[in-house]
Design a binder for this molecule. Structure first.
Ligand SMILES: Cc1cc2nc3c(=O)[nH]c(=O)nc-3n(C[C@H](O)[C@H](O)[C@H](O)COP(=O)(O)O)c2cc1C
Length: 145
């Protein structure tokens, strides 16, 4: 059984909805999910975790949210090398380029990126997206258990 932390930022709740579905998947695999808003944790608290799941929507111009999430991620990144990490987030203006960039940043820093790319959902996630989130959570939990 694994204890898996999901740290997310959300402006309008869409990425939080994804986080909750991922947590459901983790729990369906018999593991424990801890869903935490990035405002309620720090990179220091997360740096020694053996694995983590991170969520942030596309903000700015195809960027991570700049005031809370990007500083958290930049501080955490050096400690993620060699660790299994899954990424996810919602978008609605473009095609998901922010996640391509975020995923590539992880790969460039030797993160063991789950599925090789983050999971994206358009706007308010539909049932099909939520099924993908639950599946990600379940497979991640099985991979780290
Ligand atoms: C300030 C701002 C910047 C955004 N920038 C982008 C963007 O660059 N690309 C994109 O596809 N969506 C962009 N969006 C849309 C959000 O990513 C989208 O509404 C998403 O569903 C928000 O997720 P949340 O509910 O978790 O905050 C932006 C939204 C805001 C408010």
């Amino acid at each position: 059984m694994a204890n898996i932390k999901i740290v997310f930022w959300t402006g309008t709740g869409n990425t939080e909805t994804m986080a909750e579905a991922i947590a459901e998947g983790i729990e369906s695999a018999g593991s424990v999910a801890e869903v935490v808003n990035v405002a309620d944790t720090t990179a220091d608290e997360c740096k020694d975790l053996p694995y983590i799941i991170l969520g942030c929507p596309a903000m700015g111009n195809e960027e991570l949210e700049e005031s809370e999430f990007a500083p958290f991620f930049e501080e955490l990144l050096p400690s993620l090398a060699g660790k299994k990490v899954a990424l996810f987030g919602s978008y609605s203006w473009a095609e998901g380029e922010w996640m391509d960039t975020w995923s590539q940043t992880c790969l460039d820093n030797n993160v063991d990126l789950f599925d090789g790319h983050g999971l994206i959902a358009f706007d308010d996630p539909e049932e099909e997206d939520l099924a993908k989130c639950r599946d990600l959570g379940k497979r991640f939990a099985q991979a780290v258990a």
